[in-house]
Design a binder for this molecule. Structure first.
Ligand code: UFG
Length: 343
């Protein structure tokens, strides 16, 4: 069965391609390589023994998208990762984000309808919940006004999908990710932000390897156990496996309604200092960090109630925080060709 993975050379996309191929699916990747490298396909081939097909073009281009779908009208499903995801950049360049993240979605859904392709998995985010009133947060929690244009594209995308499944034969699963971190155990694929990382774990590993001077910890006056902000970090391999389960569910006609929404998290909240401590433990290094002011737009604390996805999908994130940071650290060292010895 052939599955399209858009953004399949990116962080979560590449790990998902590996898991899909391990499960026997045939994968075609579409990626414009705006934040990734075509060489990832070599690494995927090394891990799985199978080379996925890669087509390089921009899904914002309606004609190219329509042409691609005509040539691949035997697709059984689509997992749509391709999107811009930098929160801060989206505040500065909102139109870039709306154009990229929304036009591509509309083009794909149109082409699916045109070619009778039934199954769509969408990369959504816990950002749709904002700062929830109740924790852990379940799928029933109200959507709150987005803090950034990036977050807004995820909300609008969910609305576009909701409206579309009502009047077409398209079935969709929206997966709301909490904070994906870590890397594949082979250390052949991982997270590779272009430029200065925005996210915590790549900033930690780049500091430890010597690429960055110091990590800034944003805020220590939150109402949490140690004053730093709390998130639900989830291993990217666990997250990737959930996508395969979602595709299996769709192709085996196990969905209970045309649009299903699932939280993908562990159910455990860790603070920024917890993550740093876990990193120091697995690496044997002291991380150079300092506490600075809060980062604008950050929420205080969020973690998932994963009960519904655990029950309905028969899936559970089972890799712990130490495994997450250890794999991210191994990947950083392998990628840079450097080994940093414990102190
Ligand atoms: N943090 C630091 N220092 C850093 C980077 C982050 O202290 O240098 C803190 C943040 O303040 C936050 C925590 O680490 O408390 C996690 O921050 P991330 O930037 O790693 O992730 P966010 O929780 O901010 O998640 C956001 C959006 C998601 C989006 C994700 C990836 O909410 O929707 O970024 O871009 F998917």
């Amino acid at each position: 069965m052939k599955i399209l993975v858009t953004g399949g050379t990116g962080f979560i996309g590449s790990h998902t391609v590996v898991e899909l191929q391990n499960r026997g699916y045939q994968v075609v990747i579409v990626d414009n390589l705006s934040n990734s490298d075509a060489k990832i396909v070599d690494s995927i081939e090394k891990i799985t023994g199978t080379r996925p097909t890669l087509e390089v073009f921009d899904l914002v281009d309606r004609e190219k998208t329509a042409d691609f779908f005509k040539r691949h009208n035997d697709l059984k499903g689509i997992i749509h990762f391709a999107a811009f995801k930098a929160v801060g950049e989206s505040v500065q360049f909102p139109l870039k984000y709306y154009r990229n993240n929304l036009d591509s979605l509309v083009n794909i859904l149109e082409a699916m309808k045109e070619n009778n392709i039934p199954n769509f998995v969408f990369s959504s985010s816990c950002t749709v919940y904002g700062q929830p009133e109740e924790l852990p947060v379940s799928e029933k929690a109200p959507i709150q006004k987005a803090e950034s244009p990036y977050g807004n594209t995820k909300q609008i995308s969910e609305e576009i999908i909701t409206d579309t499944v009502k009047v077409t034969d398209i079935h969709a699963i929206a997966l709301r990710y909490f904070n994906p971190i870590g890397a594949h155990e082979s250390a052949l694929i991982g997270e590779l932000p272009i430029g200065v990382p925005n996210n915590l774990v790549p900033f930690i590993t780049q500091t430890a390897i010597g690429l960055r001077q110091q990590l800034s910890v944003f805020g220590e006056d939150y109402h949490t156990h140690d004053g730093t902000a709390v998130r639900d970090y989830i291993h990217v391999v666990d997250l990737a496996k959930a996508h395969v389960v979602a595709i299996d569910r769709m192709v085996n006609h196990k969905m209970k309604k045309p649009l299903e929404i699932f939280n993908l998290g562990t159910g455990i909240g860790y603070s920024v200092l917890d993550v740093i401590n876990a990193f120091e433990k697995v690496s044997g290094l002291k991380l150079n960090y300092k506490i600075v002011a809060r980062r604008e737009g950050d929420i205080e604390k969020v973690w998932a109630n994963p009960d519904f996805s655990n029950r309905e999908l028969g899936w559970k994130a089972d890799r712990n925080l130490e495994e997450m940071v250890d794999s991210a650290w191994k990947w950083e060292q392998a990628f840079r060709g450097k080994t940093i010895k414990p102190e």
